[in-house]
Design a binder for this molecule. Sequence first.
Ligand code: PBG
Length: 343
Amino acid sequence: MTNDDRPWLVADTEQRAEAILRRPRRLRRTRALRDLVRETRLDVADLVLPLFVTHEAGAREVPSMPGVFQWPVDEVAAVAARAAQAGLRAVLLFGIPAARDAAGSAAELEDGVVQRALRAIRERVPGLVLVADTCLCGYTDHGHCGIIDASGALDNDATLAVLRRVAVSQAAAGADIVAPSGMIDGMVGAMRAALDESGFTDTAILSYSTKYASAFYGPFRDAVRSAPAFADRRTHQMDPANAREALRENALDVAEGADLLMVKPALAYLDIVRQTREQFPELPLVAYNVSGEYAMVKAAAAAGWLDERTTVLELLTGMKRAGADLVITYHAQDVAEWLGQGG
Ligand code: PBG
């Protein structure tokens, strides 16, 4: 920027320069003024509520995520109805299946937990947007996100074959959006082809396009008991140190047909949110405010160290300001209720 672009900086208008540049507090004086000049607004339509659905009877609170429950299939529709009542537009479903095996086969069952939950919610709250997480880690007995080969490594292409079937079964059960979260190369293209071949051309794909190998998933792995039994996820999830690689992942997923992109986790990766927004301004961008980020706020609030409401609103507003259109957050129900009361 040159001084020609900023005429108020030239010497002969110095007094105006002071007036404009040195008194930004003028616009912060009252609540109404602050509202008037606010650049980023958090709206209930920006939030997606994740829900854990279990085959077991009775709701169970996740110890490391106070306020978050594993819901039995026959209760989850009521929970979704309460979300819709508060103004939320979308829920994201994760399943805790009755049985796990090496191939994660419970993920593709017509009467699997997520498939049953999708049908139940669709019937009770027809207008709600239903998103299904498409990954195998909650369904495999070893806790990995796909098929493990004889050497103990994740077999990329064998996993794609399973993900194709899971996506189709979720679409058949009523998912509006399927969300592959395993960082398996080619997952978006494989799922798009499978959906199209089965006639589900209107089912959208939200790709977890940039997903880092993060310590912040710890509480989630408690919630679905999906911690890997051996090794870790660093051969498929991204190295937290890398940003340029995120742009490559995004470009591949867009080329394969992703309808929405995601950055996950959100808090330590707001620079990636911003860069993704600039790389693909035309696509909706989702930030995932993950389980560990939720747990940190809840723990500090419970100890009386942070004010929960203002902290959560500040965090989510920051994610939007960085460039996210939508935020997946376990705080969604609370925030929807707070926003309904005027923020
Ligand atoms: C499954 C998956 C994970 C999360 C969403 N989908 C966990 C993981 O990769 O281990 C994490 C969500 C959260 O921490 O809130 N691949």
